[in-house]
Write a protein that binds this ligand. Structure first.
Ligand code: UD1
Ligand code: CA
Length: 455
């Protein structure tokens, strides 16, 4: 088919009543992105001349959600009169010598290789079909003795014998544009749903003595659609399982691959270990020997070789530069950078903060807009007061400093090199290099004082 331009029609105009949602069905999320975005990615992988997106129900939502517009021709289907009608609206802008591929916005797991096989078939018409033990809800594929398609019958129009057929229509088909135009023009609405069925083109091809071929999809999961929330959840699990399979093939060791979710892209080194209930989002890079503890969520982060994330951590926009320990229970926000051998402990929050090599922030601290040098010890409960209600200010803690527990560093402020801050201090001015700075009331004892007693 190399000499015929490929035009992909994506059907996304249907209402999706069974989702019972105010959101368009094709925008329901799979791995954190709309189903339609997955379908468009797969369509683009085939490098088509054009993608024709048929939209209609909740059309503004669909248009707003598709941001990468380059190769998309928008086709409005104002009234949903069936899949055949939807295709008829896209056909006028497709040239006669094109090969047409029809995809469904609610069938997001189909793979590029499967579609390639379908598109490259010799016949002017080919359907992607699969075998299902419970074919309920799908169009049934009526074939002749050598597997060619006589007709596709919708369940609502099928006879009891036809309903027993377990070869089902995925909805996805490939056709030569010139022939498809003629067949589509002949569609009629004399069926159970009063719609123009795309599937009626198959009986026409057979009548003309050139029956369509069936491309069998060996893995039925690829052609499962999501018509309701339960099916959507099923697709999500299938998708996540295949993502985990790919990562395991790349060497990742999962404690339980069924309790792992990716919503984005992941790059991994060697000997990466992932405990249960870990969610990776956006672009996540895990270097050699990285270990992720249970119940952690990591988003848009790059973790250097040897980084260990203990349980219950939430990382977003974090970069580590060497082996280091994070958590348990750490919340590291965008702009956090951690150098080698540093340690961030429990209930520590950071934002726009660099932590130098071998420095420790062990417990219950907030560091925002801070530069922490090397070999620093930040005591439990240390807080950078970085926000004055109008603006954010920076805190600098130089190499070798020791900040006593429960200190407040009121920014902008600097703690000098090898400086020591006494516990419980409120630091509002620079603490000089090498000195002890302490700002708290002196301890006194009132001798002979008696507690009041009850009358
Ligand atoms: C369709 C097929 C059926 C197949 C099944 C596989 C037809 C007549 N039937 O049935 O053989 O087994 O898919 O999932 O094609 N759409 C529009 N405009 C419309 C109607 C639908 O754009 O007027 C879009 C929907 O948004 C959806 C797709 O077409 O993405 C399929 O429509 P749907 O109503 O879900 O068809 P099924 O009944 O599932
Ligand atoms: Ca469907």
């Amino acid at each position: 088919m190399a000499d015929h331009p490929l035009h992909v029609i994506v059907l996304a105009a249907g209402e999706g009543k069974r989702m019972k949602s105010a959101r368009a069905k094709v925008l329901m999320p799979l791995a954190g992105r709309p189903m339609l975005a997955h379908v468009l990615d797969t369509a683009r992988a085939l490098q088509p001349a054009r993608i024709h997106l048929v939209y209609g129900h909740l059309g503004e939502q669909v248009q707003a959600a598709v941001t990468d517009l380059g190769d998309i021709a928008w086709t409005l289907q104002a009234q949903q009169r069936g899949t055949g009608h939807a295709v008829s609206l896209a056909l006028p802008s497709i040239p006669d010598d094109a090969r047409v591929l029809v995809l469904y916005g609610d069938v997001p797991l189909v793979r590029e290789q499967t579609l390639r096989r379908l598109v490259e078939r010799e016949e002017s018409l080919a359907a992607l079909v699969t075998q299902l033990d419970t074919p309920y809800g799908y169009g049934r594929v009526v074939r002749d003795g050598i597997g060619r398609i006589r007709a596709i019958v919708e369940e609502k129009d099928a006879t009891p014998e036809q309903r027993a057929i377990t070869c089902v229509n995925s909805g996805i088909l490939a056709a030569d544009a010139r022939r498809l135009r003629v067949w589509i023009a002949n569609l009629r609405t004399d069926n159970a749903q009063g719609e123009l069925y795309l599937t009626d083109v198959f009986a026409q091809a057979d009548d003309e003595g050139e029956p369509a071929s069936a491309e069998m999809c060996v893995n039925p999961q690829e052609v499962f659609g999501a018509n309701d929330p339960w099916q959507l959840a099923g697709l999500e699990r299938m998708h996540q399982r295949s993502r985990a399979t790919q990562l395991a093939a790349a060497g990742v060791r999962f404690v339980d691959p069924m309790r792992f979710d990716v919503r984005g892209d992941v790059r991994v080194g060697r000997d990466v270990e992932i405990d249960i209930d870990v969610i990776l989002e956006g672009l996540v890079e895990l270097g050699d020997d990285v270990r992720i503890g249970p119940y952690s969520r990591i988003r848009n982060s790059t973790l250097a070789a040897g980084t260990v994330v203990h349980s219950h951590c939430n990382l977003d926009g974090v970069v580590t530069h060497g082996p280091c320990h994070i958590g348990p229970f750490a919340r590291l926000r965008p702009g956090t950078e951690i150098a080698a051998d540093a340690h961030i402990g429990n209930f520590v929050e950071t934002k726009q903060t660099r932590i130098g090599a071998r420095s420790k922030v062990g417990h219950l601290s907030y560091l925002g807009d801070a530069q922490v040098g090397e070999d620093v010890n930040v005591g439990a409960g240390t807080i950078t007061c970085n926000y004055d209600g109008a603006q954010k200010h920076a805190t600098v803690i130089d190499d070798g400093a020791f900040v006593g527990s429960n200190s407040s560093l009121v920014a902008p402020v600097r703690v000098g090199k090898d400086a020591t801050i006494g516990a419980g201090s409120v630091i509002t001015r620079e603490a000089p290099d090498g000195e002890l700075t302490v700002s708290r009331a002196k301890q006194t004892t009132v001798e002979g004082w008696k507690r009041p007693s009850k009358p």
